[in-house]
Design a protein around this ligand. Structure first.
Ligand code: PMP
Length: 342
């Protein structure tokens, strides 16, 4: 598949903005080229627009060449960018599953792109044929999220693989929660699929939601083109610096604890009077079906615990989405549930 033919014409021929840092790349000297303030305070200079040090470190951690990495202001930036790269507003369309992460549909609407939503099965299973059948010759993007938010499940590798191989456009596979799953995801197989964009984020297992750093991994053509279309200085100096420091520490201990707590919470909540069902989860949250979601949501708030009411989401009727917290926070939640009467 020639990815260039999928790019919008105006993007293929785009002359990107050239920053002062693009025109002189040395490290030493007196910088009088970018109309910055000369008074050093740690952030008076513009950041590296290409985030080279950061990408080198992420490349080491993930085992992916820096040229195949795009870093964005959260995952929302690459989600928006794929529409701007590949979809002619008012003409092209995209396909996604439902329920899933809400931002794909919002980004589609902002870009005036029709989103065709294909429901999962009642057991949250993925029907590849139905999904592929929703696409036509104007479909440029297909969104998958595995583990999926809010259902919490991973989709089978073979099904995802078949979709990537069969679909004639770009498959965006959101792996925001992959660190909590048993499977490795698709990053190690990126080179097999030129039409695959894998999204990951530092907001979940890495604990940096406040710094806003989303990752997209794709073939060089796509990663480079995203870099040409983004705002020149999309990742600020402070975020680049702190993320680099934070990436020195591993996350294995915390991820293990979240997984253990996920299991413990599921076992402890299951017998509670108001709990009807707890779905298996590969993520850092549990989808819990309860007897009366609105009332329970409010009772939890009264007790000082805020969860997400997903009961109006298709296929999630009656469900609350509960993030796994610290052991103490989870103890508190379990205690409240034990005392709630159906
Ligand atoms: N993808 C999924 C599936 C998510 O659930 C979320 C956040 N809830 C995101 C992406 C957003 O991540 P970020 O903080 O990197 O924008």
């Amino acid at each position: 598949m020639d990815i260039r033919t999928l790019l919008r014409d105006n993007i293929r021929s785009l002359a990107p903005y050239s920053t002062a840092r693009d025109e002189y790349e040395g490290e030493l000297g007196i910088y009088l080229d970018a109309n910055e303030s000369p008074y050093e305070n740690g952030y008076n200079r513009y950041p590296d627009p290409h985030q080279k040090a950061l990408k080198r470190r992420i490349a080491e951690i993930k085992g992916i060449a820096p040229e195949k990495i795009f870093v964005g202001n959260g995952s929302d930036e690459p989600i928006d960018l794929v529409f701007r790269l590949f979809c002619e507003p008012g003409r092209h369309n995209a396909v996604s599953i439902v329920p899933t992460y809400g931002m794909y549909k919002v980004a589609a609407a902002i870009n005036d792109v029709e989103m065709r939503e294909v429901p999962l099965g009642a057991d949250f299973s993925l029907d590849a044929d139905r999904l592929l059948a929703a696409a036509d010759s104007n479909t440029r993007l297909l969104f998958l999220c595995s583990p999926n938010n809010p259902t919490g499940n991973c989709f089978p590798t073979a099904t995802i693989e078949r979709i990537i191989r069969t679909f004639h456009g770009i498959v965006v596979l959101d792996e925001a929660y992959i660190d909590f799953a048993e499977t490795d995801g698709f990053l190690g197989r990126l080179d097999e699929f030129p039409n695959l964009v894998v999204l990951q984020t530092l907001s979940k297992a890495w604990g940096m939601a406040g710094l806003r750093l989303g990752l997209a991994f794709a073939c060089e053509e796509i990663a480079r083109t995203m870099g040409r279309v983004k705002y020149p200085y999309n990742i600020n100096v402070v975020t680049q610096r702190i993320v680099l420091e934070e990436l020195r520490h591993g996350i294995v201990g915390q991820v293990d604890e979240i997984r253990r707590e996920r299991r413990r919470m599921a076992l402890a909540l299951a017998p509670a009077p108001t709990v009807r069902r707890i779905y298996p989860s590969d993520a850092n949250f549990l989808l819990v079906e309860v007897s009366d979601p609105q009332t329970i949501y409010e009772r939890l708030i009264e007790a000082g615990v805020i969860v997400r009411d997903r009961s109006r989401v298709p296929l999630c009727e009656g469900c609350l989405r509960i993030t796994v917290g610290t052991p103490e926070e989870n103890d508190r939640l379990i205690e409240i549930f034990k005392n709630l009467q159906a």
